[in-house]
Ligand binder design. Structure first.
Ligand code: PYC
Length: 314
């Protein structure tokens, strides 16, 4: 497989540009199902160590459902598949520009959860207009081992999030191990108490908020991703979910700027416009940088040709 690696605000993206799985016809959703059921070894090889890492998000470029889109894209990580990925979409845009496939201006990406508008603003700067986002439930309390009662909102930003204001652990990079454990405990408690997103969908991202480190930001977050890694970026879909909550609480008006800082101090600049049925369309702006062009190889006899998955051997 040939791939281009980039990072968006510190969070890596690996875009598969050649040699990926042949997924046949049908919609992107159908092809994602085929990827999961018949070709998951491609995901494992591209993402797992020793070729990848738990922080990496993969993006398979494929034929869009809507031919006016610049590309279709299926996002995946060490745990499985993502409906959308904000930092990943920014990385895909910068990668397409690096490959000479798009020029500065407005383009679209098709994803399994809807069409995303991308504004290529310069070599490294991109704004995305994400899928319509909304708060599903507010002030949901859950009993969490070692933390007690934790209260948060449930919102959709292209993935499902549980958003906790007032992080139970200080939002400092030195506390990442403790933040990860706390967020894992919250996720386990949500599963145990059968608290889900709409339609019974699993809430697989946990997000803690607190005061920013930089005077230019409005808030700092810590985001736990489904495979146990934390998001190095402020998380595009997580920031979209946050905007939906701020809008629902009347704390941020359409067009007003929200600067979200990540646990490593990187930033996204966000705003929203109103969408039908009480949803919002988030706009997330950030920077991505190309950091590699790789050919992923499998030598015969390699016992880890599909990568190491400790969850399988545990
Ligand atoms: O930026 O939306 C995002 C994201 C999801 C998981 C990792 N990054």
């Amino acid at each position: 497989m040939r791939a281009v690696d980039s990072h968006t605000a510190g969070e890596p993206t690996r875009v598969i540009i050649e040699g990926g799985p042949e997924l046949g016809g049908g919609t992107l959703r159908e092809r994602l199902g085929r990827f999961r059921e018949t070709a998951d070894v491609y995901r494992q090889m591209a993402i797992n160590e020793p070729r990848g890492s738990e922080a990496l998000v993969g993006a398979l470029l494929c034929r869009p459902d809507d031919p006016s889109c610049a590309a279709g894209v299926i996002f995946f990580n060490n745990a499985g598949y993502l409906g959308m990925c904000g930092h990943g979409a920014i990385g895909v845009a910068v990668t397409l520009a690096h490959l000479g496939r798009i020029q500065p201006g407005v383009h679209h990406l098709d994803t399994p959860v809807g069409r995303v508008e991308i504004h290529l603003l310069g070599t490294n700067s991109v704004a995305i207009e994400n899928v319509p986002s909304y708060r599903y439930r507010t002030q949901v309390s859950v009993e969490v081992e070692a933390l007690g009662t934790v209260t948060g909102d449930i919102a959709w930003g292209g993935n499902w999030f549980f958003l906790v204001n007032g992080s139970p652990i200080p939002l400092q990079a030195t506390q990442i191990r403790q933040l990860t454990d706390a967020a894992e405990a919250v996720r386990a408690a949500l599963v145990r108490e059968k608290i889900t997103g709409a339609g019974g969908e699993e809430i697989d991202h946990i997000e803690f908020f607190g005061p920013p480190g930089s005077p230019t930001a409005h808030s700092r977050n810590f985001v736990l991703c489904p495979g146990g890694a934390y998001d190095r970026s402020p998380c595009g879909t997580g920031t979209s979910a946050k905007l939906a909550c701020l809008a629902a609480d009347n704390k941020l008006q359409p067009g007003e700027t929200w600067i979200q800082e990540s646990i490593i101090g990187s930033q996204f600049t966000a705003s929203y416009r109103a969408a039908p049925s009480g949803r919002i369309v988030p706009r997330i702006e950030g920077q991505a940088y190309i950091c590699g062009e790789v050919v992923l190889l499998q030598q015969s006899g390699d016992p880890f040709s599909h990568g190491i998955d400790l969850r399988e051997t545990a």
